[in-house]
Design a protein around this ligand. Sequence first.
Ligand SMILES: [Zn+2]
Ligand SMILES: [Zn+2]
Length: 82
Amino acid sequence: MKCWKCSQEAYGICRFCGRAVCKEHATEMPFILSVYCPGGGSSRAIVVSGALYCGICKPLPSPVDMPELDERGDERGWEDDK
Ligand SMILES: [Zn+2]
Ligand SMILES: [Zn+2]
């Protein structure tokens, strides 16, 4: 696989978007494995620091609403949060 930016041989895959990047163009960014909200406290996250990041994609700092998924959730057989 080749680097997304320079077409040299890639050394890794971006943890966020899956693009391949070479050592020169690979950067690092904390990767959030999961976020939880203890009752009454502030939100906390389990984070892997130094995850491989391509520098191209734009991981958002917080979850986004996806109302279209909520509407069709039953059809897809996904479980509601209980
Ligand atoms: Zn490159
Ligand atoms: Zn990426």
